[in-house]
Design a protein around this ligand. Structure first.
Ligand SMILES: [Zn+2]
Length: 295
């Protein structure tokens, strides 16, 4: 579903429209029972602050409390616009672009993209992958700036481990080390045992059968084999290319400590890639889910 900029500007023309949206997501109708005076009443927006008050007792509620927008002075429609940008661009948006687009400082722009990225984090205990699942690992260099190696240079490579259900969802995680001790519990927590698994011949995957994954096909990259019947890791490699285009194409440099957040963003984008999914709408809904998941 394509949500156009024109539609966005019509739905969210100003701070008040965005606040109304957060109110609706969080509390539903403005006609509600007041938690302070107990009356069935109506809540009205307070013009001077980001709150609504009970028409009868003036008790105030703050829809943005505990959301990523809680302490911001930047207008909410700017935040929503950055969320719009981040969900409508293929490879993400650099903080520099945000700075230019809405005329805030680089620091503010960076804070905004970081906060919005938090909304993209996977919910706890997502459903397990099933069907045909491809598993692979890649290394993302965190030691380059503008393509030039800095610091420990080539040594700064972080492994990213991913599992993709064909025609379905991806799960991905930055790991300290690629070891069975770490990867096997992650696989078991995320993949149904009766799935068809595709991996390459890396030793890490040799004993998946011991874990109960009896349908495991291996392709031999070392002998330049990329597909054997239905066995291949092309889908998961496609996800890795997308992640790298985002990290190196859009952001140029991502530090080790922040890499997981960018992986989360790539995962969110991948999992909402279907044409009938409104990615912006899915992100907006997460504003209130965020509170539940971070309590
Ligand atoms: Zn009241």
């Amino acid at each position: 579903m394509k949500y156009t900029l024109a539609e966005f500007l019509k739905d969210y023309p100003n701070d008040a429209a965005c606040l109304d949206k957060v109110f609706k997501l969080r509390f539903g109708d403005k006609k509600r029972t007041c938690e302070s005076c107990g009356n069935e009443t109506e809540f009205r927006r307070v013009v001077t602050r980001r709150s609504y008050q009970c028409r009868l007792c003036y008790h105030q509620i703050y829809p943005c409390a505990k959301t990523p927008f809680e302490k911001t002075r930047t207008p909410l429609n700017y935040w929503f616009y950055v969320m719009y940008l981040m969900t409508t661009t293929r490879n993400g948006v650099a903080s520099k672009e945000v700075q230019r687009a809405i005329g805030v400082t680089y620091k503010t722009a960076h804070k905004m993209t970081t906060q919005i990225r938090k909304l993209m984090t996977e919910y706890p205990n997502p459903p397990k992958l099933k069907g045909h699942v491809e598993i692979d690992e890649t290394y993302v260099s965190t030691g380059k700036k503008n393509g030039v190696e800095v610091g420990r240079g080539a040594l700064n490579k972080k492994p990213v481990f991913a599992m993709v259900e064909r025609m379905g969802m991806v799960r991905a995680k930055v790991m300290d080390d690629i070891k069975m001790k770490i990867t096997h519990p992650y696989i078991e927590a995320n993949v149904e045992k009766d799935s068809q698994i595709s991996t390459d011949e890396f030793p890490l995957y040799t004993n998946l059968k011991k874990l109960g994954y009896n349908n495991h096909g291996v392709i031999k990259h070392a002998s330049e084999q990329y597909r054997h019947g239905s066995i291949s890791t092309n889908t998961v490699e496609g996800f890795f290319s997308q992640l790298k285009r985002m990290v190196f194409g859009t952001h140029i440099h991502v530090s080790e400590q922040h890499l997981q957040k960018y992986v989360d963003e790539a995962v969110f984008r991948y999992n909402h890639r279907f044409k009938d999914v409104d990615m912006f709408g899915s992100l907006v809904v997460r504003i209130t889910d965020y509170i539940e998941n971070n309590q």
